[in-house]
Design a protein around this ligand. Sequence first.
Ligand code: GLA
Length: 580
Amino acid sequence: MSEFQVTRDGLLLDGKPFRVLSGAMHYFRTLPEQWADRLGKLRAMGLNTVETYVAWNLHEPRRGEFDFTGMADLESFLDEAGRQGLHAIVRPGPYICAEWENGGVPSWVRYRHRCHDPRWLEPVDAFFDELIPRIAGRQITRGGNVIMVQVENEYGSYGDDRAYLRHLADGLRARDIEVPLFTSDGSWDLMVTGGTLPGVYATANFGSDPAAEFAAFARHRPADPAFCMEFWNGWFDHWGEEHTVRDAGEAAATLEALLATGAHVNLYMAHGGTSFGFFAGANAGGPHADGAYQPTVTSYDYDAPISEHGALTPKYWAYREVLGRYTDLPPAPAGTVRTLPPTPVALGGSLALLDCLDTLSSGTITSARPPSFEDMGQAYGLAVHRSRLPGPRAEELPLRLPGLHDRAHVIIDGEVRDVLHRDENTSTPVATGPGGAALTLIVEAMGRVNYGPVQGEDKGLTGGVLHERQQVFGWETDPVPLDDLSGLPWGRPTSSAGPSFHRGSFEVDTPLDAFLSLEGWTKGYAWVNGFLLGRYWDRGPQTALYVPYPLLTSGSNEVVILEMDAPGTGLTLRSEPRLG
Ligand code: GLA
């Protein structure tokens, strides 16, 4: 049994000064088969600790239905970290930001204000009853490797409800967390004063200028040992924006400056991984939510020292050299990772989405107003709404989708009339003949916002549908969660307009990592052997999706693409990432 303490004289492990050299890696962004590889590389860089968030929406997809298996097996991840010689810092949320769908909050939590209100606290406490004992059992005091547990996440960037933070901290203690608790916030007065809690260790988040950041933070918390809980050594990308990189030499010099102050560090990220499935989040134009919606790409490579597919980057070696001045380095790891040679995918078979709703819909809903995703109890995916517009309406009038989250194909009498997009174009002119017109809307949800004041918004048609000023009533809706494509009726005659599925196959000798290139395709989703890799979009910057080797089998493998707009003509697996 061991003890880890935060004291005025610094951090102590079993009574002796201990320098925390930590790196972030999210178990939910790397396949379990690859945890050991990534954690081993993290240790070999010179780090002694791994930090992870906990993604609530992965663990409790439906209220009261918990999953801690496979990629959600937090306990096995912590155990593997222990085997690799790493201590662990756990940040259980309930909110985690992290460019993760809804900041980790399940979409079925309808009251999404993070404050001391029973409508928020009740689902949080129910989740913590399931989660926290799994962490408690792995504390360093009980033979495990967990040395610290966070209270909320950067709460000062969001609110000022001390009673809420106190409730969480007390709740962690009541659920047997005995290692030090901490908060982490920007060093700005606004954030430190909102996000910290008297008696709970306060840590700082920043990317540059360590001495100034720590000095600003210390004005509020002079007695807390300096700890940068998120040293941003890279950054993430939004669709349609430039790929962000941070120079390795400059990042290493900043790390050196940080460590030279004597402070503790957590690299955010040491290994970023991938926001597989529907889990990539979004921002919304700045801190005051007065700007446009910015969905985040599928890769969470983050320009981290250990790349998305586990390659050791120049930043890795530069960091290792810096860390080597502060700690004994384990042996250097092998520098290369193997990937598949370029591999063509043989395409064969397509199906219009509208021709297979019988196998995709989770049950048609009839309602006066079109339901939002939350109304349907559906977290992610698509919704197909059908109604009729009366006629004749000789004049073209705007068909308006005011609260569109986030994209909609407008299909009039079987033809795609327009594709509407939140913040860009949310209306299209429509006239009708004497018999009126059949209206179909295929609504696609991108990631829910994970940061800022509009966090917690609903998906789908959140503001109804209007023809000019007139509400369109009388809808039939097919929820299309895209969670199981095994029933797709390949071979069925298909002629409908709009999004379409495409099937392909490729041969593999020995499974190795690869990158599915979507160049030539427009926008959509890609599955390999039934696993949803994530979203793609020709707006870039990312144009190939990471295919981790554990998804592949020796022999024949299947690809399914759901292309929302215009399909490409070919498909290949590449040997290298294409992040932009
Ligand atoms: C903040 C959050 C993290 C992450 C970073 C940006 O610091 O705490 O979860 O969102 O910003 O990558």
